[in-house]
Design a protein around this ligand. Sequence first.
Ligand code: GLC
Length: 416
Amino acid sequence: MRNLRLWGVVFCVVVLFGIPVFAQEKVTIRWLFETDFGGGWKVLMERFEAMYPNIDVEMQEGPAATNVREDMYATSFMAGESTYDMAYADLIWIPKFAAAGWIIPLGDRLSPYEIAQFLPGDIAGGMYQGKLYRIPSQSDAGMLYYRKDLLEQAGFEPPRTWDDLVEQAQKLQNPPELWGFVWQGNQYEGLICDYLELLWGAGGELLDAEGKVVLDKGTAAVEALQFMYDVIHTYKISPPGVTTYQEEESRHVFHNGQAVFHRNWPYVWTLAQKEDSPIRGKVGITPMVHKKGFQSAATQGGWGWTISKFSKNPEAAWEWIKFATSYESQKTLHFHNGYIPTRHALFADPDILKESPHYPDLWRVQINARTRPQHPQYAQISDILQRNIHAAITGTITPEEAIKRAAAEIRELLGQ
Ligand code: GLC
């Protein structure tokens, strides 16, 4: 009888206050990401820990390149370790992680109404075989930044085509103090995001709808790669060092006022508008340039939360995920780190609009962005492209040779 009464009390406590009160023992949940350069994550973790004194959230600040962190998570999961409770995942990792059974489905934890609050591309990027594995926290799409002040002085409209960009950059630049165009040319995933925008913007494709390699059909792939080579070596509007730049290296050049044009993700805008920014009020945004006669394309990027199958504390992880992807948390991350929200409603948030009046336009770019192939072997496909494209832009092999090799290697990988 006493036992029954005791369980009755326990039951009421759980129903009334939820699991966190019940789970008195303190738990730590861990995840790995890049440096918290804007400090937004720290603010969120402190807020969360104040609300949930039984849960410690530990963020490991790791390398900047997405593929390097992907390997770190994969190595740990492959060994069945519970080091990471959550993988904060780039959308390109999901098919691989889900197919390997390293992350658990989360779709049943949200109602269809809750799912509809998020941008469709970010939800699609978290799906594998009809199940949702990732709750989106941060959206991304590639775009072109330009120095509004310099273009206006020269009477230029923002460039639309590759030719416009080259012409304006050559007229306005004064290297090495002011370069024409900076982007991500290092041998890593970012190079592929930049390359695909040029490829799609010249009418080309990597794989067709059935997953067949079509990269080397037509001339677009070689033209796009030739353009990447030319901006460095022929038109000389990009510094030779661009072949070592990731996002932050290229952003620093632009942010310090040393470049006219800059391809990057939307976070650059918020950082450019900060009070101590040398280019505050001098920046415009336009869709990425395309080949004449074709259309602009943006690569869809973005980050979100998954729960590891090996986590010993999946429910604590879920509490954190709900908190970290909430309206208020995404707003905090936007103001500190410049992240792009994944919830439709934040694109019309009055505080965000005051600081970022371009958000309605950005929303349009976001929902039209294109995903990279959602394939469990995407990491290997990308690796093949990275090697060959980088060899071409550094002049080791020709663009023709690079595309021929890349297409053949990807066909072999996929057994085509
Ligand atoms: C950004 C994007 C991500 C992409 C990466 C490449 O972080 O959100 O999707 O893979 O850049 O560097």
